[in-house]
Design a protein around this ligand. Structure first.
Ligand SMILES: [Fe+2]
Length: 353
């Protein structure tokens, strides 16, 4: 029996809410919940994100990374990396909802031992020379602007027989892999893998307009280990010289899998773009939250009304569906990487202005 007061009639708002809550409590005991209470938050008319636009200045990154060299060895850390945490997602080890980013440091004489994992990784080399990354038997020297790929389950280790600290940007699809709860990893017995391919071998074999006869017709990741900056930079110059300059992105190339022309990895895709001096890009937005690293020059990217002023080796992030615009006072080169290939495979990628 329901008791009502003079001011609270049966069917009043209060009664309805109480009855609903009692029903929700009952359903919760059977691990069920009303969709209608959360529907608007689940099916939003536009993408919503808690990620924020953010920039990591290389002067801060370098100082903190070199201090990390004082407090932990590469061997102790397994990988001496400072995670670039999105300020809207603190504590979650991610720069966007789908991507991890970090800065890795390897000091002269150090090695980072071989391991394998289901998460795919890329390196974009920032500062220092003399270090190498070995991937699937190819030992690749790391130079500023080089783009190095470590695909799903590819064995990889790093070493620095040189004389100076070497730092690079790591981007991994870790949050994506962990979203699917499909992370595996192993540490082989040896500290360094045996390398039997010379530096540049996979680029020479696969990225020169020919393919080794008998190369697989289908491969969902690039067989190229390193796309050297020294080979990419002149292509940007050619595009610029002939006026092939996108109004939003500048003179831009997409790193491609030479087997099928697709992205370098199924979960991550990358670009390299030259912004000519005085470039004022048209506004752009897309559903793939994007990580940028500055290879050359200085400029500003306005993200959702917030100016991010960048210089060489700075890293910044544009969250999904936030409008952005590049402005370059001097000629600049930007590397960028996102989860666009994964979104395209799922048919959910969109762009706009
Ligand atoms: Fe790794």
């Amino acid at each position: 029996m329901v008791v009502t007061t003079a001011t609270e009639q049966p069917g009043s708002k209060h009664n309805v809410q109480a009855a609903r809550q009692a029903y929700y409590d009952k359903a919760a005991k059977f691990h069920m919940a009303p969709l209608w209470e959360v529907l608007k938050a689940l099916v939003t008319p536009e993408p919503k994100t808690s990620c924020l636009p953010a920039i990591w200045k290389f002067s801060d990154v370098k100082r903190l990374m070199l201090e990390a060299g004082d407090v932990i060895t590469a061997e102790e850390a397994e990988r001496r990396v400072l995670v670039l945490e999105n300020p809207g997602e603190a504590g979650k080890s991610r720069i966007t909802n789908s991507l991890f980013a970090g800065i890795q440091l390897i000091l002269p004489g150090e090695i980072a031992e071989v391991h394998q994992h289901t998460a795919s990784a890329i390196r974009f080399v920032l500062e220092g020379e003399g270090a190498y990354t070995a991937v699937e038997g190819e030992k690749s020297q790391m130079k500023h602007g080089d783009f190095i790929i470590t695909a799903n389950w590819a064995p990889h280790d790093h070493g620095n027989p040189g004389k100076e600290p070497v730092m690079w940007l790591d981007v991994l699809d870790l949050p994506t892999i962990n979203h699917f709860e499909t992370s595996f990893a192993i540490h082989p017995d040896e500290r360094m893998q045996k390398t039997n391919h010379a530096d540049g071998d996979s680029f020479a074999r696969y990225a020169s307009g020919v393919l080794p006869d008998g190369a697989p017709a289908h491969l969902n990741r690039s067989p190229v280990i390193n796309y050297p900056y020294a080979k990419m930079r002149p292509i940007l110059q050619r595009l610029k010289d002939t006026g092939d300059i996108d109004k939003r992105h500048g003179a831009r190339v997409r790193y491609a899998n030479p087997i099928n022309g697709g992205p370098v990895l199924p979960t991550m895709g990358a670009y390299l773009a030259l912004l000519p001096k005085g470039f004022k890009g048209e506004p752009y937005r897309s559903t793939d939250g994007t990580v940028f690293a500055v290879a050359e020059g200085r400029g500003t990217t306005v993200v959702d009304g917030k100016p991010l002023e960048w210089g060489v080796n700075d890293v910044f992030v544009v969250p999904p569906w936030k409008r952005y615009q590049h402005i370059a006072g001097e000629e600049a080169v930007l590397f960028s990487i996102s989860d666009k290939p994964a979104q395209e495979a799922l048919g959910i990628w969109r762009e706009g202005n």
